[in-house]
Design a protein around this ligand. Structure first.
Ligand code: MN
Length: 303
């Protein structure tokens, strides 16, 4: 069983955003960061992944296998994301069909993806079942979606994340039954009262006017928690912020620059790169330099 809040590596690290099956972007970015394909960096730097390794992109199994190797030789650490959690729980979503052996189509067009077989599924489960929910050291924190102090403090030192998630889900169901909650309230409680959900997919709130996303009507929306965050620098992913969106709290950095939508940019522009709207990025610490898969880098500064 994994330690749920693991100790983050000492020394300089490169925290890589949500990869979503974009193996080429990952290998290219590792090259720009000075790593070889085995994850060795001559300056002794190490990689940290914020989770959401799979879904949408062309080769999720290759990303899982590479990350597994890097973890095994202690050249990387990785936290669990919400996409990873869904697969760990065996939950089907519109974009994780590759894991179940189903092709992914959007607007009637096939999105090319490597599909899983039993061997791949076993390797994916083995990796995801081993991942912590958070990484921490005195000057740096890493989570997939949200560093929520209550959720983090409520975690047992070690647990199966899938079992812990189900225990909380059952507890919340009992509480909701006792007060005869409506569907809206049920959805929201399952999101914000379950620490596994809170850390991997962040806080949400009820909205007045429902909207449609990924073919489902939504009655709640994500809340941007990081403007109010105080504490050691926290690097997280999940929010697919476009490259031009400023990251303006000096204590919290979203390293997800939208590469999860590259399958769509690839289709719409027939581009093989460089990609404008979608990038894979790494946050270099302690330098606070952001390196992108197109080879550009910039010092993160907040005015
Ligand atoms: Mn995510």
């Amino acid at each position: 069983m994994p330690i749920l809040v693991e100790k983050l590596f000492e020394g300089p690290v490169d925290v890589v955003g949500d990869i979503h099956g974009e193996i080429d972007a990952l290998l290219t970015l590792m090259g720009h960061l000075g790593y070889d394909e085995a994850g060795h960096n001559p300056s002794g730097r190490r990689l940290v992944f914020v989770g959401d390794l799979t879904d949408r992109g062309p080769d999720s199994p290759a990303v899982v296998d590479l990350v597994t190797e890097l973890l095994a030789c202690e050249r990387a650490q990785c936290v669990l994301g919400n996409h990873d959690l869904n697969i760990l729980l065996g939950t089907t979503k519109h974009d994780n069909g590759w894991y179940f052996g189903h092709e992914f189509s959007s607007e009637g067009e096939l999105v090319p993806q490597k599909l899983a077989d039993d061997g791949i599924r076993a390797r994916v489960q083995s990796l995801f079942a081993s991942l912590p929910l958070a990484l921490e050291r005195p000057d740096l924190r890493v989570v997939h979606a949200a560093w929520n102090a209550n959720a983090i403090e409520s975690l047992p030192p070690e647990a199966s994340v899938a079992e812990l998630f189900k225990e909380h889900r059952a507890r919340i169901d009992v509480e909701l039954m006792a007060r005869d909650a409506d569907e809206l309230e049920r959805g929201l409680c399952h999101q914000i009262d379950n620490p596994v959900k809170m850390i991997t997919s962040g806080p949400e709130e009820r909205i007045e006017t429902p909207f449609e996303s990924s073919g489902k009507v939504r009655f709640q929306r994500r809340v941007e928690w990081w403007p109010d965050y105080r504490g050691p620098l926290c690097v997280f992913g999940h929010y697919s912020l476009p490259p031009e969106r400023p990251r303006d709290n000096p204590l919290a950095f979203c390293v997800d620059f939208n590469v999860g939508k590259r399958w769509r940019e690839r289709r719409e522009t027939s581009a093989t790169g460089p990609f404008r709207r979608t990038r894979l990025a790494a946050f270099r610490f302690p330098e606070r330099v952001v390196m992108f898969d197109d080879g550009n880098s910039q010092l993160w500064s907040v005015h």
